[in-house]
Write a protein that binds this ligand. Structure first.
Ligand code: NAP
Length: 311
């Protein structure tokens, strides 16, 4: 699947597979990577033909962006689709969500500086705040789009009512939200609205934090401080059921001489409701393997079988 997809109503086009970089930059909610490994992961993605990099201020509090900026010096910036996000304001000494025009303008300038570039292909409001009218926040991003600082307008973690408010003037190009074969709530009403409005959808946690790669067995144990202990997908009967379903991907993968992770990524890329899929990675080899899914095409029967398996 090497064809290009257009982001919303913008002029941004990209391949349908990107790289999520929330592990790049360390100091994160997620187990972080050291700088050398983080940069190697980004390089491996770009070298393997991935064009979109998904980062955010909150990934290492700017450090993911800094590392990506360093890597990009060795690549043609115009061949890369850079997506970043912000909403976390630490100016008071503690974290508050802020979507005010003043904050967003500063956040974009700060991202550009850390990424050592003069435009972002996509800028997302990372989380809605409680006080700023959503359409006013998006209108600020539209001003930044007109000024050439960003090329497409995104919002993330907005519920449907908030998406509708944000899109009152029709400016929203792309929504990023949790969605995977295991978490399909967005199919109910969000995805149909996005399709109707020509807004692209970028699902996060597409591999369900590794669970959909097929590498976990029913009897696996995690270290005491592992974040997966707080993830209901990794607990009890739900976990066992998921592991059994994921095992059923193996024959499809074998038929394509592929891995289950590649089959899952190909499923998203063939899903008309999904724009760009952005699996994360902690090792260069994972990115290289994931990029190979660009060449994998499932038959209609396989696509539907996977669809039904996880309905
Ligand atoms: N907008 C938002 O609020 C938001 C929130 C969360 C994430 N995101 C974005 O979405 C991206 C994806 O989310 P995510 O990275 O947390 O979860 P994910 O894509 O569901 O899972 C990625 C993890 O799966 C494992 N993995 C990846 N490829 C693999 C392979 N080929 N074989 C075996 N294991 C593999 C790696 O972890 P292990 O090696 O540890 O198993 C990797 O870190 C993030 O990087 C970020 O850019 C956005």
């Amino acid at each position: 699947m090497t064809e290009q997809v257009t982001i919303g109503k913008s002029a941004v086009t990209t391949r349908r597979l990107g790289l999520g970089t929330n592990a790049v930059g360390g100091n994160n909610l997620f187990p972080g990577l050291d700088d050398a490994t983080g940069k190697a992961v980004v390089r491996a993605g770009l070298d393997a033909g991935i064009t979109l990099l998904d980062t955010a201020f909150s990934y290492g509090l700017g450090h993911s962006e800094e590392l990506i900026g360093q890597v990009l010096k060795d690549y043609d910036r115009h061949q890369v689709v850079l997506a970043s996000k912000a909403a976390q304001d630490f100016s008071s000494g503690e974290k508050v969500l802020n979507n005010s025009p003043k904050f967003l303008r500063q956040a974009v300038d700060d991202s550009l500086r850390r990424l050592q570039t003069d435009y972002l292909d996509i800028f997302y409001i990372h989380f809605p705040d409680a006080q700023t009218p959503k359409d006013e926040a998006v209108s600020t991003l539209n001003d930044l789009k007109q000024a050439g600082k960003i090329r497409a307008i995104g919002i993330s973690n907005f519920n449907l009512a908030q998406v509708k408010e944000a899109n009152r003037d029709g400016y929203v190009d792309v929504v990023e939200d949790q969605f995977s074969l295991l978490h399909r709530e967005a199919e109910g009403d969000l995805l149909p609205y996005l399709q109707q409005q020509q807004i692209s959808f970028v699902p996060y946690y597409p591999l369900a934090s590794g669970l959909l790669t097929g590498k976990y067995s029913a009897d696996v144990t995690f270290p005491a401080d592992d974040l997966r202990h707080s993830n209901p997908d990794f607990k009890g009967e739900r976990y066992t059921t998921i592991v059994k379903k994921v095992a059923q991907l193996q024959p499809i993968a074998a038929a394509h001489k592929a891995t289950s992770a590649q089959v899952v990524l190909a499923w998203y890329m063939q899903n008309p409701q999904v724009g760009v899929v952005i699996p994360g990675a902690k090792k260069p080899a994972q990115v290289v393997a994931n990029a190979q899914a660009l060449a994998l095409h499932l038959t209609t029967a396989e696509y539907q079988q996977i669809d039904q398996l996880f309905k």
